[in-house]
Ligand binder design. Sequence first.
Ligand code: NDP
Length: 282
Amino acid sequence: MTAKIIDGKKTAEILRTELAQKIALETIKPYLAVVLVGDDPASLIYDRNKQKAAQAMGMECVIHHLPQETTEDELLNLVTELNIDKKVNGIIVQMPLPKHIDSSAVIKAIAHEKDVDGFGPYNAGLLHENDSQAMIAATPKGILYLLKQALGDLSGKHAVIIGRSNIVGRPLASLLLNNNCTVTVTHTKTVDLPSICRQADILVSACGQAKMVKKDWVKDGATVIDVGMNRDGGKLCGDVDFDEVKEKAAYITPVPGGVGPMTIAMLLDNTYQAFLRQHNVK
Ligand code: NDP
């Protein structure tokens, strides 16, 4: 069997076009504030990409670029200003923050209605409770979209997730549980990971280990979602050994061109949803 490729790039383009059409009808435009502390080159590229994507679909997007030596209080003050600024609909604070700043305190300080990353405890709690008002973290939300597009109803499927981070593994576990999957979450202390992965109808890897998931970890006909973004000899690759695993799976996401483009599309969708709610449309 050769797997069907789940084309996240194409799906994300369609979603972005649809969103741009909706935004074109609005007189006031959705406004996203991105806060970046320091000069980490990867973060700078991520944020510029977010800004370009947001502007391309007619949103306002301002990057607040603060110096590396910014104190936690200074950052919290900016977050408070953005929280009360009525024109700002969504706030993202780019991670990782410099070590002298408590990331958790900053995430908690973002007003929950503007927390378009969905990383704050209020939105994480709503997701945990399967409340439809939850602002869902963009990567898991994008993964769910791709899975439903490929498989339809996910009820009863066994989903195995590699990784338990607050930005991917944990929210995805809640989301798949809310969609009636049976969910197993694995991590570095999991015993015999390959045998657990072999039980998966849906296998999602979000662990950041280049090409770790091999063909003999995958059940015939499984759907494999690769979240990893790693470098292998300078070349971007996922957590899954794509060339091997595509011979065993029924569906597979490539890296690049799978989950990554969906993350930005979903982040902008969250910003638009926040805008609608703040203008009492939904
Ligand atoms: P974290 O480092 O925060 O978490 C990694 C998780 O994977 C941890 O729970 C860790 O376990 C687990 N893990 C690591 N190594 C192994 C292993 N050998 N076996 C089993 N579990 C393991 O990473 P993130 O969640 O932030 O990101 C994961 C990957 O996804 C990265 O490559 C990142 O670049 C990518 N990513 C891609 C996005 C996209 O849009 N495409 C968005 C976000 C992330 P433990 O908890 O025990 O340490």
